[in-house]
Design a protein around this ligand. Structure first.
Ligand SMILES: [Zn+2]
Length: 175
């Protein structure tokens, strides 16, 4: 894959790339004035560098799998399966480590739904979630759609870092 920055007219890429990946790097670069190259690997490399992570092969491959499909919520196990399917042999432990590094760097948000279920959100901005019980699926709720009437006063010496709302859904019972 060429590293050179090629001119990439929008109309041209729309014709050629049907599902153009939406990478967070596009958001990171807003204001920086740098055009996207249209090459996911190139964009992931940039994204990693911008948050101070060395673009190793593993981070590039997992970053590409994570971010090239737009905003989503994914578990380490599913990402591990995707990596194996993409013929990128990597251990589940490495997937966990990489996900935590990405989370610490602010590229992902970790969502602990139950003690045993952890999802990683490729959209790290403030928002809430519906959790579809039984389907183990998360759906975004815009942060403005949830109103907090009263937030308890945090203990002395602490401030509220973030409020995560998880609204649990189940199919309506027929009858
Ligand atoms: Zn989300």
């Amino acid at each position: 894959m060429s590293e050179a920055v090629r001119p990439h007219p929008v109309s041209f890429s729309r014709v050629l790339v049907e599902d153009e990946p939406v990478l967070p790097v596009a958001r990171l670069r807003e204001g920086a004035g740098a055009p996207r190259t249209g090459c996911p690997f190139h964009d992931v490399r940039h994204m990693l560098r911008e948050v101070g992570l060395r673009p190793t092969r593993q981070r590039l491959a997992l970053g590409w799998l994570l971010f090239a499909k737009g905003d989503r919520h994914i578990s380490a196990e599913i990402l591990h399966e995707e990596a194996i399917k993409a013929r990128f042999p990597v251990s589940l432990a490495t997937v966990y480590n990489t996900l935590h590094q990405f989370t610490e760097a602010g590229l992902l948000r970790e969502l602990a739904i139950d003690g045993s279920k952890t999802y990683f959100d490729t959209n790290p901005s403030d928002h809430h979630h519906f959790f579809l019980e039984g389907e183990n699926n998360l759906v975004d709720i815009p942060s403005a759609a949830v109103e907090m009437e009263r937030v308890p006063e945090p203990p002395e010496g602490y401030e509220v870092a973030r409020i995560d709302v998880v609204v649990r859904l189940r199919p309506k019972r027929r009858g």
